[in-house]
Design a binder for this molecule. Structure first.
Ligand code: HEM
Length: 333
């Protein structure tokens, strides 16, 4: 509970700081200085983390497996749960990254009073809502490129068209806005209501969820309620990416709040659990084929001065003593 309150208060304080700061004449800080610093921290932090992972010794295949290993031709192999070739491993990674396949196998321990027992059952809710949240985030992210590109590419206007296909309201409702908020809210509710997940949840689990929810809600407020001056915001965004920053008039305080929370997300990203974005590709438990019976892995860091000593050599060294002690030997003296 303390983690939840700390994270919520942190997000509220950050949002309030930006909203009040922008109205107190600090638009330059929140619209120019903070974004540059945040992007620099994001890029440097991300690269440092990836270099750290990529240079970590990984001499053995430690793939996590969930099915029959490749063995005899008449034994059916679970190719994508227990891949033995680079091609199968690629498919496994693609299924994991694009379809969150490991979450699809999520189970839940239920108390089943009618049956008089507890039991594990399939639970697809985490998979469904996690998928919903991540894909909506991706689409919202892609749509935002309209603020940074002129003319707006056809691909982005196409995504906008499909996303607002139901033509609800003015400005038209983006379906991803609704599903985005539903997805994050489920992930948050699960941490709060499920006692088992709640028990292991820390402030660092709640903070990104509250932060992302606040970003989404402030964006929704800007679009549907405050109806902010998008042309002025585009001018600000263009100034930033062309390194000729300007603070146009008519930019609502809610934009600075939204943008500041996004900057906090960027700066926080490399030091948080959100780095699973990069980590999933570098995880040796996922990205290696399980071919330990076909390929001999030799640790490249083995000390060359330490020579291997086979059992045969060991027995040759100690055969007489072993026989004296009554130990079995492969070859008699
Ligand atoms: C993590 C990154 C971000 C997320 C998740 C996010 C999320 C959202 C969401 C959910 C909306 C509601 C409307 C829509 O979906 O378009 C929105 C609106 C908006 N966002 Fe963001 N945003 C992000 C980054 C940014 C950045 C970097 C800018 C700076 C240009 C920005 C500027 C705006 C503006 C101006 C609106 C109002 C759009 C309108 O009136 O149509 N956002 N944002």
């Amino acid at each position: 509970m303390a983690g939840l309150v700390t994270a919520l208060m942190a997000v509220v304080a950050l949002a309030a700081a930006a909203a009040l700061g922008a109205q107190a004449g600090m638009a330059g800080v929140f619209g120019i200085a903070v974004p540059y610093v945040a992007v620099a921290i994001f890029v440097a932090g991300f690269i440092k983390k990836v270099i750290g992972w990529a240079s970590t010794p990984q001499p053995f295949s430690i793939a996590t497996t969930g099915g029959q290993q490749y063995s005899q031709p008449w034994v059916k192999q679970a190719k994508f749960d227990n891949p033995s070739t680079p091609g199968q491993t690629f498919v496994r990674m693609a299924l994991e990254v694009l379809c969150f396949r490991s979450l699809f196998r999520n189970t839940k321990l239920d108390n089943r009073p009618a049956e008089g027992r507890v039991g594990y059952g399939s639970d697809k809710s985490l998979w469904l809502f996690a998928l919903m949240f991540h894909y909506c985030f991706l689409i919202v992210f892609v749509r935002h490129f309209r603020f940074f590109l002129e003319p707006v590419p056809m691909a982005i206007t196409g995504v906008e068209f499909v996303d607002s296909i139901l033509q609800i309201g003015v400005p038209t409702l983006y379906l991803t806005d609704v599903f985005f908020v539903v997805g994050v809210s489920f992930l948050l509710a699960r941490r709060i209501w499920d006692p088992k997940v709640n028990y292991i949840s820390l402030a660092s689990d709640y903070f990104p969820l509250f932060l992302i929810l606040a970003i989404a809600l402030s964006g929704i407020y800007m679009r549907y309620f405050a109806k902010v001056d998008v042309i002025a915001i585009k001018q600000l965004a263009f100034g930033l990416v062309s390194f000729k920053p300007v603070i146009p008039p008519n930019v609502d305080w809610s934009f600075y709040m939204h943008f500041f929370l996004v900057c906090v997300l960027w700066a926080y990203f490399p030091f948080s659990k959100l780095m699973h974005l990069g980590g999933v590709f570098l995880s040796p438990t996922r990205n290696l084929p399980n071919n330990t019976r076909m390929v001999r892995y030799i640790n490249p860091w083995n000390d060359p001065s330490i020579k291997p000593h086979s059992y045969e050599e060991y027995e040759n060294d100690f055969r007489e003593k072993m026989i004296e002690a009554g130990l079995p030997v492969d070859k008699e003296a």
